[in-house]
Write a protein that binds this ligand. Structure first.
Ligand SMILES: Cc1cc2nc3c(=O)[nH]c(=O)nc-3n(C[C@H](O)[C@H](O)[C@H](O)COP(=O)(O)OP(=O)(O)OC[C@H]3O[C@@H](n4cnc5c(N)ncnc54)[C@H](O)[C@@H]3O)c2cc1C
Length: 409
């Protein structure tokens, strides 16, 4: 729910910059209106079972046309990165599960969109874009999180197809997914022995176990035991799994930065409202210099974060060779900044900010994972440092020795 229904969930001043055009401004306005008009849904997200509500939100996003870009048959123009970032920012400002539903659906469908065969695209993209089927990306394992090259899940050739044995963990929307994009090892050690597979959740030998996290969201461990899939389950070519992953992460890291802007702005707005209304020392908290300074710092870092996200998305949309680095910079800065803003918002709200289900209490739990997934902050620093000596293109096209150890979901 909004802190102030008249306040947009994004900064129109940033959208007025030349990074954006009329279509982006119209999109932001319509998504903001859609979010503001769905208060009951966000109330349910706060109190309901995250699997049930998450699946419902995917359906609502589909019905509203917000996932249409995932299917070229219903939206031939698709989405650019700026639009993806704007939608995530506004959804994250509104409700964590809304951003989660949107982002994971896009994360799972994008490999199909960019690397799928005609048959794979025809089977999965229409229902995913209507919100009638949910997807998940299954990459991480117990011993292979940041170190994607260590993925151990085996896919052995047998009877003209493949048999998978092993596990995946920390799989977002894993408990409600209809289809998994799974990264498995078909070849030797290292990143280029990996292949992506598209595997329906109902496939015998695939089992899902829920995991409870700090912020209630669908999360699962997925176990494969003698799991047979046909040869046409391969997505993007044998040995192409690493390219599928990198291509995806390079585009999505900046969107995590955008979500961080949304979470951070929501926290800053909540703190500002509290500071203005809270009586103290014959005035309000907003009269205190340290509180004003804290709110000013939040404003400055939010502006910086929004600009870094805009630059990364704009670079990606214009095909700039180093857009992946800009995405890493935007994610690193915006997620670290948002963590600080949420913490400062709790401080300004005092004890009231830590009451269960208060906006700041929820944000405090929700923001933490953004500094870990799709590239932990330390991994991103290493990736950015790597590029200082190699001013080359995207990681999907650079030589294997660059950045291979710094790949993360
Ligand atoms: C909310 C959430 C959603 C997720 N969704 C998915 C999903 O949908 N699909 C999926 O496959 N995975 C998902 N993950 C897993 C996520 O990708 C991993 O948590 C992430 O890759 C980090 O891996 P790890 O947790 O094993 O930590 P590790 O890789 O063990 O890293 C732990 C810490 O070690 C340090 N570190 C690691 N590598 C380096 C390095 N190269 N340089 C410097 N320091 C380093 C960092 O401080 C890092 O935070 C999700 C995780 C979360 C929290």
């Amino acid at each position: 729910m909004r802190t102030d229904p008249r306040r947009p969930a994004y900064d129109p001043g940033v959208l007025a910059l030349p990074f954006y055009d009329r279509a982006h401004r119209a999109l932001a306005e319509s998504v903001d209106e859609w979010c503001a008009g769905n208060g009951e849904l966000w109330d349910r997200a706060r109190t309901g079972d995250p699997d049930t509500v998450g699946a419902h939100i995917i359906g609502e996003l589909g019905a509203a046309g917000l996932l249409a870009f995932l299917d070229p048959a219903s939206d031939p123009a698709g989405s650019d990165q700026r639009s993806l970032c704007l939608v995530r920012e506004i959804l994250a400002y509104t409700e964590d599960l809304a951003d989660y539903a949107f982002s994971i659906q896009a994360l799972a469908a994008t490999p199909i969109l960019r690397h799928g065969s005609t048959a794979q695209r025809a089977r999965w993209l229409p229902p995913m874009s209507r919100g009638e089927a949910a997807g998940a990306l299954a990459m991480s394992e117990d011993q292979a999180g940041s170190d994607v090259a260590a993925i151990a899940l085996r896919a052995e050739t047998r009877s003209g197809g493949y048999v998978l044995d092993g596990h995946k963990t920390w799989i977002a929307n894993g408990t409600l997914a209809d289809v998994f994009c799974v990264i498995a090892r078909t070849g030797g050690a290292g990143p280029f022995g990996l292949t992506a597979f598209l595997i329906p959740a109902a496939t015998p030998g695939l089992r899902v176990y829920p995991i409870d996290m700090i912020a209630p969201r669908s999360m699962a461990r997925v176990v494969f035991e003698d799991c047979h899939v046909p040869a046409d389950a391969v997505l993007g070519g044998l040995g192409g799994g690493f390219v599928v992953v990198m291509d995806l992460l390079e585009r999505f890291r900046m969107t995590v930065g955008a979500a961080a802007v949304g979470f951070g702005r929501r926290a800053a707005d909540t703190a500002l409202d509290h500071a203005r209304g809270r009586k103290a020392y014959g005035g309000t908290l907003f009269d205190l210099p340290t509180v004003r300074a804290s709110l000013a710092d939040a404003e400055v870092t939010l502006h910086a974060s929004a600009l870094l996200v805009a630059r990364a998305a704009w670079d990606a949309d214009r095909g700039a060779p180093r857009f992946a680095t800009q995405g890493a910079i935007a994610k690193l800065y915006a997620t670290e900044a948002a963590q600080g803003i949420v913490d400062a918002a709790v401080q300004i709200c005092g004890a009231a900010g830590l009451v269960k289900d208060a906006p700041t209490e929820r944000l405090y739990r929700q923001i933490r994972s953004l500094r870990l997934y799709e590239g932990a902050s330390e991994v991103l620093r290493a990736t950015i440092a790597d590029t200082l000596g190699h001013r080359t293109g995207s990681a999907a096209t650079v030589p294997a020795e660059i950045g291979v150890g710094h790949v993360s979901a």
